[in-house]
Design a protein around this ligand. Structure first.
Ligand code: CAA
Length: 386
């Protein structure tokens, strides 16, 4: 039985900043951001959007009434939790209007948990092939204004249906997970921004990729030549380049060239949006499928990385019909509008954060389908607008 990703949809906010403008404001050479880090634009998050509204927006793009009835479980993977107890999946389920006979849960392990959710969903579908599981990887990457990590912020959600009728990617049985207790990036309960040992985190990422990929090759007997492309978790596009070059070294043969071209195609959307944490690997997959040289039957390798740290390398076979099983991301990104650095900073400081006071947001500027209207009696108030 094939089990894998049947449909995928991506959603982000409708505002962005130009990173050349941010560089100028921060007194940095713009080439550092666009070439050194490899990012052009960054999603800006108004206080009326959060992981729930982004996740619901992504999921609404892929659900038809018939598909909605088939969902047995919703797993929300995030490291931007909005409650220490209640799962964001329950809010998402309510906003989507799904029936009450649905299991809802939230998963966490930094940027890795979207992959854990997919693997757990595979198990549920293997037990009962009639089930369809909705996995949503949704996050807001925040490091703080004027920090080295600021240029690698971003936001968005990728929603995926996992079923026994995959039209995007049939996941292969061998997967390699690799974990170690290290402090490269974390966010204590009292903090709204991550604490990060940035350069250490990039080195650990590369090491975990090489460990996992080497073991995968030992277990399967496959080599790089067996893959049409590799897809990486992309906290910023240069990170994928560093990992791939760590594997290729000075190779210039046809396989190495193919890997570099496919990496480039997988980076297109990350350059425009920034880091999605849990969703970044899956936005990179969508980017490769929409901008790369990929056809049904091709094998893709996926490397997932979450600080703390956990990595996983697994593979899948691209399925017939994948082009129509994804939303048109390029078209969606064209509808965004640019905001000034001042506006971005106001939004950055204006979110609910960890404050307990009642708030009511002005919704007149947010026409997204789902919004966070404010907070009352310590409860977040969400609205569906259309
Ligand atoms: N023109 C072109 N390139 C330039 C330049 C210029 N004028 N000035 C600098 N650069 C280049 C540098 O040479 C460097 O390139 P290499 O990495 O290839 O050597 C690059 O720009 C970055 O510059 P710095 O070395 O000065 O690095 P920095 O202090 O600005 O920090 C960072 C960069 C560590 C990525 C920082 O942005 C950060 O901490 N980001 C958050 C952490 C992160 O994303 N880690 C990734 C692995 S962890 C993970 O993947 C989980 C997750 O999602 C967080």
């Amino acid at each position: 039985m094939k089990i894998g990703i049947d449909k995928m949809a991506f959603a982000t906010t409708d505002q962005y900043i130009d990173l050349r403008e941010l560089a100028t404001r921060r007194g940095v050479d713009p080439n550092k951001y666009t070439i050194g880090i490899g990012q052009d634009r960054q999603a800006v998050v108004p206080p009326t959007q959060d992981i729930v509204t982004l996740g619901a927006t992504a999921a609404a793009k892929l659900l038809t009434p018939a598909l909605a009835k088939r969902i047995s479980t919703i797993m929300v993977a995030t490291e931007s939790g909005i409650d220490n107890s209640k799962a964001s999946a329950i809010y998402v389920k309510h906003l989507l209007g799904l029936n009450d006979f649905v299991r809802t849960v939230e998963l966490k392990e930094a940027c890795y948990s979207g992959t854990a959710a997919i693997q757990f969903a595979r198990g549920l579908v293997a037990f009962n092939p009639q089930e369809t599981v909705l996995v949503i990887a949704t996050d807001i990457a925040r490091y703080g204004l004027n920090t080295p990590g600021e240029v690698t912020q971003g936001a968005g959600a990728v929603a995926m249906l996992i079923s026994a009728h995959p039209h995007v990617l049939a996941i292969e049985p061998t997967t390699v997970a690799y974990s170690k207790d290290i402090m490269d990036f974390w966010r204590p309960l009292y903090a709204t921004e991550a604490i990060v040992n940035g350069k250490y985190s990039t080195n650990v990422y590369i090491d975990f990729f090489l460990q996992a990929f080497t073991r995968y090759q030992q277990l399967t007997g496959q080599t790089l030549a067996d893959f049409a492309g590799l897809v990486f978790h992309l906290p910023f596009t240069k990170m994928g380049k560093k990992a791939l070059e760590g594997l290729l070294g000075d190779r210039t043969d046809a396989v190495a060239q193919r890997m570099r071209q496919q990496l480039h195609a997988s980076q297109v959307y990350c350059r425009q949006v920034g880091n999605l944490y849990t969703g970044s690997l899956y936005l990179a997959l969508m980017s490769l499928l929409q901008n790369g040289q990929v056809k049904a039957g091709d094998r893709l390798g996926l490397f997932s990385y979450g600080s703390g740290a956990e990595g996983e390398f697994y593979s899948g076979i691209v399925q017939e019909g994948f082009t129509t099983a994804l939303n048109d991301i390029a078209a969606d990104l064209k509808t965004r509008h640019q905001v000034s650095i001042d506006q971005y900073e106001r939004f950055f400081n204006g979110r609910l954060g960890m404050k307990s006071a009642d708030r009511q947001f002005d919704l007149s500027h947010d026409r997204r389908p789902f919004v966070l209207a404010g907070q009352q009696n310590h409860q977040r108030i969400y609205r569906r607008q259309k």
